[in-house]
Design a protein around this ligand. Structure first.
Ligand code: FAD
Length: 517
């Protein structure tokens, strides 16, 4: 997966079967589906893979207990099936996690007990016999920081957890291995149509060099998440908005505030949402919120009231709740919710996906979840074949190992997320034991060389936010090591001081949004 390889392929000027706009979960899932079915595929991402919503999730691969409570059985079943597929295709990044729901009233034990048994049936967990009930004493032993007053126990269930940006990156690598082409920092700027009004090519700009391309294509797919309306307007300036974006915020705090290997799920917060406390990379993630937004940005900022809401809800349940000074980072993401019913609040809008077909032949994916990215890809390529009268082909992605696939992953090992690639990085680490830049996030020089040479990392933000998750794990530490990381990257990229300074300025601006005031 190299930028130069994709740029050379674009320069040949040949017609692509599919050009996919957007390198988040949705675009990558579609690109992989198309590449594995033998199509000529090009995915263009205006920034970095997963720079948008796909690196800002709650990090759950889940059926969605909340969706079951809303009666969205088909979404829960679909997501449960996809969860099982991911356990088998990306076992280096997706793992089973135990969730505990605190119970204060016996009626809740009954309600959640029945609900979660149903959840297990629908998502296919029932055979594993993993859900159940534990009494208050056992619960407190597992989670000593939990408030005891009135606690009757906890309902236990299981779901999946993952590293979102790393899965996106590994999917991009899998697309390349399957004969597709991917390019980050390349923005689609316009579409060109024939006399019948059908799209025949796209214009795109390399954001790193300023080069512009005309790219002939049979089918353009709009997989740009919360930016989908921009591409719809590029295609038809009269197009009506199809999205209702909603912001979700998470706080990352030290794991000690909620020690153990299980997650806490608070089923009904004061605003009627669900709040999770999830252990992740030796930290704890708390979230999330659901705030309607009009302003669509690649780097959205958490609102003060969202931060206060998360801290206050955690304080309702924990003896020693996190305070602002405990917060290692705060991150915000925008949900690309399909605007089906203008009267509904964001939390009431279904998370299932929809495909919109424009008169120009462009297909747009609206809504969806990370968990269902593969099924969304399958549905999109099926729809494209049907709509264009192409021969129907079969999906091959259900059993396709994702790049980095490794069985029996030791998730306690800090660099577990490299999966089968870890052996190459470990060899370099062993050869240079002094090469650690940070043990806190953690980051070794070997990871930088690896990311530049094998993972298409071209900016400091790529390295500190998505090739490693330093910005989320400890924003201040990420800022502290940024100069050393930038110097090392510059060496591998063949860049000089100007590049280093410009990258540092840019990263400081980004990291500022992850710090509490
Ligand atoms: C707070 C929050 C928590 C969530 N938690 C979970 C969870 O735990 N589990 C789960 O399953 N789902 C979760 N989701 C949902 C999931 O994260 C999203 O559905 C998914 O990431 C959306 O992916 P996407 O590819 O559609 O959008 P994005 O990831 O935003 O990708 C779209 C990409 O398009 C690019 N782009 C835009 N315009 C152009 C252009 N002109 N040319 C080229 N590229 C362009 C953007 O740069 C962007 O990278 C969560 C969402 C939020 C907001």
């Amino acid at each position: 997966m190299k930028r130069t390889t994709t740029l050379k392929e674009i320069a040949k000027g040949k017609q692509w079967d599919f050009v996919i706009a957007g390198g988040g979960a949705t675009g990558l899932g579609i690109a992989l589906e198309a590449a594995t079915r033998g199509y000529k595929v090009l995915l263009l991402e205006q920034a970095d893979f997963a720079k948008g919503t796909s690196s800002r999730s709650t990090k759950l691969i889940h059926g969605g207990v909340r969706y079951l409570a809303k009666g969205d059985v088909s979404l829960v079943r679909e997501a449960g099936t996809e969860r099982e597929i991911l356990y088998h295709t990306a076992p280096h990044l997706v793992k089973d996690l135990e969730f505990l729901i605190p119970v204060y009233e016996y009626i809740d034990r009954l309600k959640y007990g029945i609900g979660l048994t149903l959840y297990d049936w629908i998502t296919g967990n029932y055979v594993k016999n993993t859900s159940g009930f534990i009494n208050a004493e056992d619960f407190i032993e597992k989670v000593p920081n939990l408030k005891k007053e009135g606690l009757r126990g906890a309902v236990v269930y299981h779901d999946g957890q993952f590293d979102d940006a790393r899965l996106a990156l590994n999917l991009a690598q899998t697309v390349a291995e399957q004969g597709g082409f991917v390019l980050n920092y390349c923005k689609i700027t316009a579409v060109e149509k024939d006399a019948a009004g059908k799209i025949i090519s796209v214009k795109a700009k390399d954001e790193l060099t300023g080069d512009n391309f005309d790219i002939p294509v049979k089918i353009l797919i709009n997989a740009t998440g919360v930016f989908a309306d921009d591409i719809l307007k590029m295609d038809d300036p009269e197009a009506r908005a199809k999205l209702r974006p909603s912001q979700g915020v998470h706080l990352v705090v030290p794991a000690e505030l909620f020690p153990g290997n299980q997650a806490l799920m608070i089923p009904k917060t004061s605003d009627g949402r669900v709040l999770f406390a999830v252990p992740w990379h030796n930290r704890l993630i708390l979230g999330t919120t659901d705030t309607p937004v009009d302003n669509i940005e690649l780097e959205p900022r958490a609102l003060n009231e969202e931060i206060e809401f998360i801290l206050k809800t955690a304080a309702d349940y924990l003896n020693k709740p996190p305070s602002k000074k405990d917060v290692l980072s705060v991150y915000a993401g925008l949900r690309p919710l399909a605007a089906s019913d203008p009267g509904k609040k964001p939390k009431e809008i279904s998370r299932s996906h929809k495909i919109h077909i424009s008169e120009s032949g462009m297909l747009t994916m609206l809504g969806g979840k990370w968990t269902t990215y593969r099924k969304m890809g399958e549905d999109m390529i099926d729809e494209a074949e049907k709509n264009f009268g192409w021969k129907k082909t079969n999906s091959r992605t259900k059993n396709l190992p994702v790049h980095g696939y490794k069985e029996n992953t030791d998730f306690t090992q800090p660099l577990f997320y490299y999966g089968s690639d870890y052996k190459f990085i470990k060899e370099s680490i062993d050869n240079d034991p002094e090469g650690w830049i940070s043990k806190i996030v953690p980051l070794h020089k070997a990871q930088i060389k690896w990311a530049v040479e094998n993972e298409m990392a071209v900016t400091l933000d790529d390295m500190l936010s998505r090739r490693t998750r330093a910005i989320l794990l400890d924003t201040r530490e990420a800022l502290g090591i940024a100069p050393a990381v930038a110097e090392e990257m510059a060496m591998h990229l063949g860049e000089g001081n100007d590049w280093v300074n410009q990258q540092l300025d840019e990263f400081k601006k980004i990291a500022g949004k992850y710090l509490l005031d």
